[in-house]
Design a protein around this ligand. Structure first.
Ligand SMILES: [Mn+2]
Length: 334
């Protein structure tokens, strides 16, 4: 089977001939209405359960076309949800937080990326629509967005929304094998390899800490220096471990945003990613950094899980789901 050759990825140009400008505007409006109605209902369920200071709210963004190699991450959100609720394990996190409590975990469904693209929505408008969807979730207090990728290009519109709604920059804790700092990749400013260049040039990060980096070329290093990115490279991980397992972030800005690219993990823990990069973190290493983190998490994402590269028993889906579960436990505050 050809990777990424599914009908889900049929390109929009043909639709351009069939969809009017008003049709395009209608699909954008309908997409945001769906997210808004779901978010309102979920916020109501939180209040009826007694309320919370913060409740994580899943928002799927099945987008894979900004990947430079494979497009499979578009298929990830339903696989992650399935694994979150898989009966092979219980519904509590490691610290005993109950995920079936609506004050802890809610779900606003997906941004219908393919329908938008089918109606001639280009990437500028698509990115704006994703941002607007994240903002819509945030407007329904106490919901906080936990975005399910999708490829890493979605972190830019997500962080754009979070910083716009909160009115200032955030500290970003970014787990990844790659810095995603290319000015553009293969001519695409919205590439999954360029999302953090957009975030940094728009000054949306108070601090950007990149953990797990092990695939970085000269442009990546130059861009990291230009934007004052704090690189925590795998080759020096032993020296950085104590610092990273005692992080306190978000105090001098609007909070903490956590972006987890599943390929931060060594491929032996998570083979279902598009870019296999040996020499990564163990699952427990990521947990240790995440679980010890002090700070108010105002948003997050788990991206780049590619079900088309996973093992037949869905091992990486479980890994991505557990990252979501444990991040949820950190985000939600009763
Ligand atoms: Mn990556």
């Amino acid at each position: 089977m050809g990777q990424g050759s599914s009908a889900l990825h049929r390109k929009p140009p043909s639709a351009a001939n069939y969809t009017s400008e008003t049709g395009r505007d209608r699909v954008v409006e309908a997409s945001l209405t769906m997210v808004r109605e779901r978010a309102m209902l979920k916020a109501e369920s939180v209040r009826r359960a007694g309320g919370a200071k913060a409740t994580s709210c899943l928002l799927g963004v099945p987008l894979g076309h900004n990947s430079s190699f494979l497009q499979g991450p578009a298929f990830a959100p339903p696989r992650i949800r399935e694994a979150i609720w898989c009966d092979s394990t219980n519904s509590t996190t490691e610290a005993g937080v109950e995920l079936k409590d609506p004050r802890i975990l809610t779900d606003a469904g997906d941004v219908p990326v393919q329908e938008l693209r089918d109606c001639n929505v280009d990437d500028v408008l698509l990115m704006k629509t994703i941002s607007d969807a994240v903002a819509v979730v945030m407007q329904e207090k106490p919901l906080r967005p936990l975005v399910l990728g999708g490829d890493h290009s979605i972190s830019y519109p997500s962080i754009r929304a979070v910083t716009e709604v909160l009115g200032g920059p955030v500290d970003i804790l970014h787990f990844d094998a790659h810095p995603d700092l290319y000015d553009a990749f293969e001519g695409n400013k919205y590439s999954h390899a360029s999302s953090f260049a957009r975030i940094m040039e728009e000054k949306r990060a108070h601090r950007l800490l990149q953990v797990g980096i092990r695939s970085i070329n000269k442009e990546g290093r130059d861009q990291a220096a230009r934007f004052n990115v704090e690189l925590f490279e795998m080759r020096h991980y032993t020296e950085h471990r104590a610092y990273l397992e005692n992080l306190e972030l978000g105090k001098d800005c609007k909070g903490v945003y956590v972006s987890i690219d599943v390929d931060v993990l060594d491929p032996s823990y998570a083979p279902g990613v598009s870019h296999l990069e040996p020499g990564g973190l163990s699952f427990r290493d990521v947990m240790n950094v995440l679980q010890s983190l002090k700070g108010e998490i105002v948003g997050g994402d788990v991206v780049e899980f590619n079900p088309q590269r996973d093992t037949v028993d869905g091992m990486t889906a479980m890994v991505a789901a557990k990252l979501v579960r444990e991040l949820t436990a950190k985000m939600s505050v009763l």
